[in-house]
Design a protein around this ligand. Structure first.
Ligand SMILES: [Fe+2]
Length: 505
């Protein structure tokens, strides 16, 4: 157990009576003067005699007057026995959770979110732990302070040369950042951005244009919490970071309104359009890469690493699922699982069955595919998109978040003055650099993919499957390191040790 800002402590308690085989343990916090919260990992019970150890996973805050009832950690299938104590417990737990975790529409046309207007409305178990919150907020403050100092000492306004941007390009330049050159080419992003209203920042009208890249291919080249438990480590901190993003980044008056040409409002419109293109296939690399013509291209490093990760995650998911679901009929007959699937597609993703998302699982294979998609998206896909942001956006001329003049219509009119006058101001530049460095740094308490410490499943088999997953990831790590040694510009974003287990930033 660990208390807020206190180290972890272990407690032992001897029980003189023989209680027989245990099904549940109940946990309540003794109240002293202050109602401080404790985070309990798990309770294990040993004996009597040669009885095997029984584990009761918790991984929750214990606070207030409530009593937590923790079932033994062996995954169980739904039974038809309504007298079954585990089934009764699960039904009660689901009812409680439906009260705590409610859907809300943040903006029409976007996926639904948790009903939480602010961070304080989030369930405590979904919040950043204290150290994570302090690290996160301190990084923001440190960035703002550094910006203020640079503003005072090196005031570079007005910009004259592209090199002026180096003054705000602090920290170590990465191998990629600063080497990037955008080229004009017809691009589907044009349609996505067409008629998105442009922002006004500090009284100055802004302009936006699609970011363009041209790539060239070289010739050489009912009672079954187990599934949801399988996913819990991959959702750590996600509600907290997403609530922060909705309230501080893309909200009215948020960071996008302050520095980006779309503002928060335009960005929501972009999301709305992107949502209509969000298909189930687009979230699954074997389908997505095929649809985008990226299979079998040696230099498509993302494609290669994403496919390998997909296979490794799929093997892990299948290993766990097959331990508990012994046939397709068991999947079809699990009401909780089926309700979960339908709710994601019909409610959370706003009737996404038209875009290929399932409304039921008919087989173990279909279930495994969906779970693999969930874990891949929350870990590898997020890493691939998120971690390159500093490389891509920190050197502002490569990817300006805003333009202060409309794009030129002919080459002859473009002078260095028009380029510098179009690029973002010192203030916008600083905010872009702070934001991208904040989200691209590995957080101090990062948990790499497959290395969560929580043990939700009792028994040796799930542990063996997890160990195999870790071994597969290790092998891929070695392959990627060896491959990268041969490259001028290594592709690191999908190196397993750098992939976070959940969307936590
Ligand atoms: Fe993120």
């Amino acid at each position: 157990m660990g208390r807020l800002r206190r180290p972890v402590e272990e407690f032992e308690q001897d029980v003189p009576q023989d209680l027989g085989p245990l099904q549940f343990v109940k946990l309540r916090k003794h109240h002293s003067l202050v109602d401080d919260a404790w985070f309990c990992d798990r309770i294990t019970v040993q004996g009597p005699g040669a009885l095997e150890e029984a584990a009761f996973p918790c991984y929750r805050w214990v606070q207030g007057q409530g009593v937590l009832t923790l079932p033994e950690g062996t995954a169980r299938l739904a039974g038809n026995n309504t007298l079954d104590v585990f089934q009764k417990h699960r039904e009660k737990e689901l009812e409680e959770r439906q009260q705590i975790y409610c859907w809300a529409t943040w903006k029409e046309g976007l996926p639904m979110t948790i009903a939480a207007g602010s961070l304080d409305d989030l369930p405590p178990n979904m919040r950043f732990h204290e150290q994570k919150r302090l690290d996160f907020e301190w990084t923001v403050i440190a960035g703002l302070m550094e910006m203020a100092l640079k503003y005072v000492y090196t005031l570079p306004s007005p910009w004259k040369r592209l090199e002026d941007f180096d003054q705000i390009f602090w920290g170590q330049k990465t191998a990629l950042a600063g080497q990037l050159f955008a080229q004009v080419h017809h691009n589907p992003l044009m349609t996505l951005l067409m008629r998105i209203p442009a922002n006004v920042i500090q009284g100055v009208q802004q302009y936006l244009a699609a970011p363009l890249v041209m790539l060239k291919m070289e010739a050489s080249g009912k009672l079954l919490p187990m599934v949801i438990q399988l996913l819990i480590p991959h959702t750590r901190y996600t509600m907290d970071i997403n609530t922060r993003a909705r309230n501080q980044l893309i909200s009215d008056g948020g960071l996008f309104d302050k520095a980006w040409s779309t503002g928060g409002g335009g960005l929501v419109q972009v999301f709305r359009r992107a949502m209509t293109q969000l298909t189930y296939r687009s979230l699954c690399p074997p389908d997505d890469l095929a649809d985008r013509g990226l299979l079998g291209i040696p230099s498509a490093l993302y494609a290669h690493d994403a496919l390998r990760l997909w296979e490794i995650i799929a093997r892990y998911v299948e290993g766990i699922v097959h331990l508990f679901y012994h046939g397709d009929d068991i999947v079809r007959g699990d009401p909780e699982l089926q309700a979960w699937c339908r709710e994601i597609t019909e409610v959370g993703l706003c009737q996404a069955q038209d875009r290929g998302f399932p409304v039921s699982f008919q087989s173990r294979a279909q279930l495994c595919h969906f779970l693999t998609m969930c874990i891949f998206t929350c870990s590898a896909q997020h890493a691939a998109v998120n971690m390159g942001q500093f490389d891509w956006y920190a050197w502002i001329p490569n990817a300006p978040g805003s333009m202060r003049m409309p794009p030129p219509t002919n080459k002859e009119d473009v002078t260095m003055d028009t380029v510098m006058g179009s690029l973002p101001s010192f203030w916008q530049t600083s905010l872009q650099v702070i934001a991208t460095s904040l989200i691209s740094q590995p957080p101090p308490d990062m948990v790499p993919l497959g290395h969560h410490q929580e043990e939700y499943f009792s028994g040796p088999e799930p542990k063996a499957v997890l160990r195999q997953f870790q071994a597969d990831l290790d092998n891929l790590e070695k392959e990627i390191v060896a491959r990268n040694e041969q490259l001028d510009l290594p592709y690191e974003y999908l190196k397993p040790s750098l992939i976070e287990n959940s969307i936590a930033i």
